[in-house]
Design a protein around this ligand. Structure first.
Ligand code: GDP
Length: 365
């Protein structure tokens, strides 16, 4: 199904550098001037998951196939973008298509790199970007509201629900708050999503620090992290420049380099996982001699729909899901061991997949 995380932020905060590191390609050219990323660049990245190796070892799989998350490098947003400044309209169209937002904030000082507002202040930057997003949402709702109000008055039930949600969002936005703060009843979530508001998308902050602070963060990123926490948003400290370097090294040299920097793992791994978490995604596995493979689903997905991610036939002809919990699979030595111990379960249509499940689907053709 492909989940997408958009990378946004003001020009020159390190988006392209980060994106390049993420995709290990030079597709998105990092250059020291605004608007260098004119087309959105899309890259699929493997989601790092140590469970894959552990399962593959037990199942004696020949190959390991991680699941993937799509990142989109979205062209530079500037003050006034909601009114069409810079690449405003294009930016808005691109960001509508992503499921979540990774908002990059510049937390590094570097006199050689121009800052669009001439001062490194991630909190002011965040406000500039978020104001543009809120203005865009306000404008889009106001444009639609007259029509919707008419439909609601004529007794259209869906329109009434939508209108209530819209009014709630408008109230927040007019108060300078993002639409994601609106409390939405579970039965209304779908309708709310249909409003397609930029500020209703889940967001995390990427705090891009200087090379020396990659492991620890710095005073600027600390302030930004505090702001993120106050807004209930996750944040990840990263040095995009370092990540770009790491990404270019052969794998065996990466570990040494990370160690020399005092890092346990690349910051990108933390970022990818944070993006995954933000989207409320979980992973299940299929394992056999041929391959161990990870699959992505939304938390709460039922077994037949999870099967459908592998193949539509699996969903259509779903009979049952032979399921082994991750810990059982590892400690009991795989499928046979788990079965002997009575820990291999036959699950039906109502079963909701649990993160880490190793599943074998039975289906009729
Ligand atoms: P974008 O406009 O947000 O896509 O920013 P870029 O990725 O093009 O980066 C703008 C400039 O900042 C480039 O010259 C990068 O080399 C530089 N830059 C990005 N990240 C870092 C960092 O972590 N440290 C330093 N010193 N420079 C960085």
């Amino acid at each position: 199904m492909g989940f997408k995380c958009g990378i946004v932020g003001l020009p020159n905060v390190g988006k392209s550098t980060l994106f390049n590191a993420l995709t290990k390609t030079a597709a998105a050219q990092a250059a020291n001037y605004p608007f260098c990323t004119i087309e959105p660049n899309t890259g699929d990245v493997a989601v790092p998951d140590p469970r894959l190796t552990a399962i593959a070892e037990v199942a004696k799989s020949a190959e390991i196939i991680p699941t993937r998350l799509t990142f989109v490098d979205i062209a530079g947003l500037v003050r006034g973008a909601s009114a069409g400044e810079g690449l405003g309209n294009q930016f808005l169209a691109n960001i509508r298509e992503v499921d979540a937002i990774a908002h990059v904030l510049r937390c590094f000082e570097d006199d050689d790199v121009t800052h669009v507002a001439n001062v490194v202040d991630p909190i002011a930057d965040a406000e500039t970007v978020e104001t543009e997003l809120m203005l865009a949402d306000l404008e889009s709702l106001e444009r639609r509201s007259t029509n919707l109000r008419k439909r609601a008055q004529s007794g259209d039930k869906d329109a009434k629900t939508e209108l209530a949600l819209m009014d709630g969002a408008l109230e927040l936005l007019r108060d300078g708050r993002p639409a994601r703060e609106l409390e939405v009843a579970p039965e209304d979530r779908k309708a709310f999503k249909m409003l397609n508001l930029l500020t209703s998308k889940p967001m995390l902050y990427v705090l891009n620090v200087d090379e020396a602070s990659a492991g620890t963060g710095n005073a600027i990123s600390e302030r930004a992290a505090k702001m993120a926490a106050e807004r209930g948003a996750p944040s990840v400290v990263i040095s995009a420049a370092i990540e770009a370097e790491i990404a270019q090294l052969p794998t065996d040299e990466q570990t040494d380099y990370l160690e020399s920097l005092g890092l346990e793992e690349p910051g990108l791994d933390r970022l990818i996982r944070a993006g995954y978490g933000l989207l409320d995604l979980i992973t299940f596995f299929t394992a056999g001699p041929k391959e161990t493979r990870a699959w992505t689903i939304r938390a709460g997905t039922h077994a037949p729909q999870a099967a459908g991610v592998i193949h539509t036939d699996f969903e259509r002809g779903f009979i049952r899901a032979q399921t082994i919990g991750y810990d059982d699979f590892i400690t009991l030595g795989g499928e046979t061991g788990a079965r002997d111990a009575g820990r291999a379960r036959d699950e039906g249509k109502e079963y909701r997949i649990v993160d880490g499940d190793i599943v074998h689907f039975k289906f009729a053709t």
